[in-house]
Design a binder for this molecule. Structure first.
Ligand code: NAD
Length: 355
């Protein structure tokens, strides 16, 4: 692997820790971008990278993203991310997870882990046998914070869409507002259901088309082919599938006033925020609107660390601040004629002492 500090995504990361435990089959990279606001928190990705350099890039890029997301959510946490470089068969053993737990413990609380792509709640339970610096563990009671972050992420996006509709369309309700939802999994499905209760007009799409047809039927909406959703005429496009979906081609085809959804890293490249802005489309920066999940995970971890019970109401209270943060970004964007993603990045950099 080349020196990490020559990577374009290296941004003065405080820790780039490479873990090799041959005996227990672990190869991992743990990156902490900033601990200015607290321990670096962010999930663990378990993925096979034919070129390990791509794993390093993911760890660098994703840990910086977590610094911004945690800061903008007002959490006392920095940004971190771990990437486990899986073999081509994606072999995951109890020994590998134990070795990973030991590596997290070895950082003495500078990095706090949770689930990400390829890592389940059960995996985190295994990791938690070796370290206390872990979150996203099963919940114990109805009022306890924690568990699957998807519904919390969906709630934040729903509130963010309502704020966007107020800001851009001057409407206090989403009744009759047409929302096109791309990807109806844990997050997108939750967003669609919340909007349906308020009488929004829904068009949904998923690469699993039968899922989209069933949800449309359940909610009284319409489904379209996955490749038709981005150009569907609507008031709000809510991307909740994969990242990098907004580029020159797709932005030219958009027929919406607002883009507000949970998928991470929706802009294919940084300058595509300006392309959206120049087309007059209001963009909700993804790491601001999709912070509901990390708010839940963080509330759970911080309470346990302090020997307290984490209550789900505290999670909802903080998620309720997402619209105000978005308003702040859009107001600054309007008054300075600057794309909202750039405004958000600058705010986040200020909050982590890198402005
Ligand atoms: P998920 O796997 O439950 O759902 C994703 C859905 O998108 C699936 O139904 C999949 O079939 C569909 N999909 C994939 N490619 C598609 C395409 N090209 N067109 C239409 N549909 C497509 O995942 P999720 O947890 O709902 O996460 C969705 C997005 O939100 C991801 O980008 C994730 O990184 C991001 N996110 C999730 C959380 C969370 O709490 N789960 C938090 C922050 C961000």
């Amino acid at each position: 692997m080349t020196a990490f500090w020559t990577e374009p995504d290296y941004d003065d990361h405080e820790i780039v820790h490479v873990v090799r435990d041959r005996k227990r089959g672990l190869m991992a990279i743990i990156a902490v971008h900033s601990s200015h606001l607290g321990p670096g928190a962010g999930g663990t990705r378990f993925w096979h990278y034919p070129d390990p350099k791509d794993g390093l890039r993911d760890a660098l890029r994703l840990s910086r993203g977590m610094s911004y997301k945690n800061a903008m959510a007002g959490l006392p946490l920095g940004g971190g991310k771990a990437v486990i470089l899986a073999d081509d068969k994606r072999t995951k053993t109890p020994e590998l997870l134990a070795a990973f737990g030991d590596a997290v413990e070895g950082l003495g609380g500078k990095y706090v882990t949770a689930e990400d792509v390829g890592i389940s709640e059960a995996d985190m339970v295994a990791v938690s046998k070796r370290t206390a610096h872990v979150s996203g563990l099963p919940v114990t009671g109805d009022d306890a914070a924690g568990g699957d972050p998807g519904p919390f992420t969906a709630m934040g996006i729903y509130l963010g869409i309502k704020a966007a509709v107020r800001h851009k369309l001057g409407k206090d309700s989403v009744e009759g507002v047409h929302v096109a939802v791309q990807g109806i999994g844990s997050v997108g499905g939750g967003v669609a259901k919340l909007l349906a209760k308020d009488g929004a007009k829904l068009t949904v799409a998923d690469i699993d088309q039968s899922r989209a047809v069933a949800l449309a039927e359940e909610l009284g909406g319409r489904s379209v082919d996955a490749d038709a959703i981005l150009s569907t005429p609507c008031d709000v496009l809510s991307p909740n599938a994969l990242g990098a979906i907004l580029d020159e081609n797709s932005i030219a085809k958009l027929d919406t006033a607002i883009v507000a959804g949970g998928a991470n890293n929706q802009l294919a490249r940084a300058h595509h925020g300006k392309t959206l802005f120049d087309r007059g489309i209001l963009f909700a920066p993804d790491y601001v609107i999709n912070a509901g999940g990390i708010i839940s995970v963080a509330t759970e971890y911080l309470a346990r660390r302090d020997g307290k019970e984490a209550n789900v109401q505290a999670v909802h209270d903080r998620i309720a601040t997402i619209p105000a943060r978005l308003e702040q970004i859009w107001d600054a964007s309007d008054s300075t004629n600057t794309p909202p993603d750039i405004v958000a990045d600058r705010m986040a950099q200020d909050l982590i002492g890198r402005g």
